[in-house]
Structures are given as structure tokens and as C-alpha cells.
Design a binder for this molecule. Structure first.
Ligand code: ARG
Length: 298
């Protein structure tokens, strides 16, 4: 049944009342061999066409792989593909999930930019090999959907947070909600620098979230505050220049985040999180950081 919520008064559940979902333990990473800024599809890319330091990008990427392995995650690595420079941002082509019967399924994206459409079949083939059931959106009913760029799972609960406005269209969540059999809290994004939900919202654990407030509408903020007990805020500088909100907290305790996000790191430590800083400067040139440089799955 479809259930897309767009205002706080439509929310008639609490987080603890929602069915549980196990947290994923596997991490997919795509090698940055062919990564560069080759076109401009978001404001961060403008100054950086052809400007990626490939060696540096490879180092940054390797450190992230080590970080997940040190935490005990099972990391799987896929080769990059020539001509698909943004394939490294492998959170964007899919929304994987495990349904109520423990079946592994994945919803495929319908990328907005023509330059990124070829990425979807590469990741689809890989999920197919992992035994995932592949689900496609009906393209005649929805304009665009950019996977876990915009669609974020609540930590360990069957609830999806869905950003829309720049990349994903609101109508995509009607189909997504039906396929997942899960409510979707739809959040409109209003600042083009924060074009994906994962640039301005990071679910930390069941009760806590990190956000950049000015990227949302009042209705969106009301829904966030209704469902999270603790909302940690980022400054404009750290959110926009350091992509501090494009962090990840895969186990509800350890946060991987772009280095130098001093203000937010203090807030995270004060709230009891362990903070691990990584340099992702080469990827920030393209508009992405820690979160979107991986896909988590079961
Ligand atoms: N250049 C890519 C794009 O604009 C970056 C994607 C980063 N992904 C993210 N979820 N923020 O599509």
C-alpha cells in the first residue's frame, strides 16, 4: 500500500512502533580509476572540470575501504567503467532492501542526468549476481529517482526518508512506498547546492539525525523533529564546503565524515558518537563525499 507523508500531521506512528529491519553489513565500493569531473550537473562541479587529482582520489578511496574493514564490514569492490566518471558514487543507482520475509530486493534508479544513466545497468548486473530481485519503477508514472542519493533508510526500522525536488521527483515515492510496503516521509529540497537528501540529512541511529536545516522547508523540518529525538545541526560552511552531512554511521555509533568538520564533530562526540575523519576533497569537487561513495546491502 502506498503511504507518502508530506506533513507532520499525517504522521500517526512512532519510530518504536514501526517494524524492525536489520542493518546492512556489506559495503559496495566502485574503484575511482575513471573518476573525474567531466560535466557539470550540480553547482559544486562548476569550477572543477578536468581538475581531479587521480592519485589523491585513489588514496582517499583506499582509506575509506580500510575504515569499513577495520569496523568489521564486508567490503566488495567493483571496477570502474570508462566513460562513467560518477559510477564511484554507487549509492545513487539503487535502493536495496530486505523485505519482511527476508528476501533481498533492489529498486533501480532512473537517473535525471543523461550522463549518468549508463551507470544503472552496471550496478544492476552486480546486484543480480548477488541474488537480489531487481525491481524497476514504471517510467511512464514517474520522472526520476536517484536511489540512496535521495532515499535514506531510518536506522533499523521500516521507514524511508525521501528527498525530492532536484534529482528525484515526488511521484517516484508513490511507487517506491508500494514496492517497499513502507511509509515514506517525503522531504522537499530547496537549495540546489544540497541537491540530494544525503547532502543535508544523515540518519545516525534510531533517535538521532544530522541535518543542514536551510536545505529543507518548514513542513520537512517539522516531520524530522516529530520523528527524531535528537537533531544535530551543521553550519553552512561545514555542510556546503566540507560535505559534513554526507557522512555515514553504518552501525549507529561510528561516524565516518569528511575531515575538518570541527564544529559538527564536537557535537557528534558530545552526543556519544565515535568520529572517524577521512579526506574526500577530490570527490567533493564532484559534489559527493563519504556517504555516496558506497552502497550498503545485506
Ligand atoms: N557528480 C555526481 C552528481 O552530481 C555526484 C553525486 C554524489 N552523490 C550524492 N549522493 N551526493 O550526480
Amino acid at each position: 500500500m502506498k503511504n507518502v507523508l508530506t506533513s507532520a500531521d499525517q504522521i500517526n506512528f512512532t519510530i518504536s512502533g514501526l517494524p524492525e529491519m536489520p542493518a546492512p553489513s556489506k559495503v559496495l565500493k566502485v574503484k575511482p580509476t575513471w573518476f573525474d569531473v567531466e560535466y557539470v550537473i550540480n553547482p559544486h562541479m562548476k569550477e572543477h572540470v578536468g581538475g581531479v587529482d587521480k592519485m589523491q582520489a585513489a588514496n582517499e578511496w583506499e582509506h575509506l575501504v580500510d575504515g569499513y574493514e577495520e569496523l568489521g564490514f564486508d567490503v566488495h569492490i567493483l571496477d570502474g567503467v570508462k566513460g562513467l566518471p560518477d559510477l564511484v558514487f554507487c549509492a545513487n543507482q539503487t535502493l536495496p532492501f530486505i523485505d519482511e520475509n527476508n528476501e533481498k530486493k533492489v529498486i533501480m534508479s532512473n537517473m535525471r542526468a543523461p550522463q549518468r544513466r549508463g551507470e544503472v545497468e552496471v550496478i544492476q548486473e552486480w546486484f543480480d549476481k548477488q541474488g537480489y530481485e531487481i525491481l524497476q519503477l514504471d517510467e511512464s508514472k514517474t520522472a526520476t529517482f536517484e536511489g540512496m542519493g535521495d532515499a535514506l533508510w531510518h536506522f533499523k526500522r521500516r521507514l524511508l526518508w525521501g528527498g525530492y525536488g532536484f534529482r528525484t521527483s515526488l511521484d517516484a515515492y508513490d511507487q517506491v512506498s508500494e514496492l517497499l510496503n513502507t511509509p515514506v516521509v517525503a522531504l522537499e529540497l530547496v537549495d540546489e547546492k544540497f541537491y540530494h537528501l544525503d547532502t543535508c540529512m544523515c540518519v545516525l541511529n534510531e533517535k538521532s539525525v544530522l541535518i543542514y536545516e536551510d536545505a529543507f522547508t518548514k513542513a520537512g523540518l517539522d516531520m524530522i523533529h516529530k520523528l527524531f529525538e535528537k537533531v544535530i545541526h551543521t553550519s553552512k560552511y561545514e555542510a556546503e564546503k566540507l560535505f559534513a552531512v554526507n557522512a555515514t554511521c553504518p552501525d549507529g555509533k561510528n561516524v565516518f565524515i569528511q575531515q575538518g568538520s570541527t564544529d559538527v564533530n564536537k557535537k557528534l562526540r558530545d552526543a556519544g558518537f565515535s568520529v572517524h575523519e577521512f579526506s574526500t576533497y577530490e570527490f567533493i569537487k564532484s559534489g559527493g563525499s563519504v556517504f555516496c561513495l558506497k552502497q550498503m546491502y545485506w
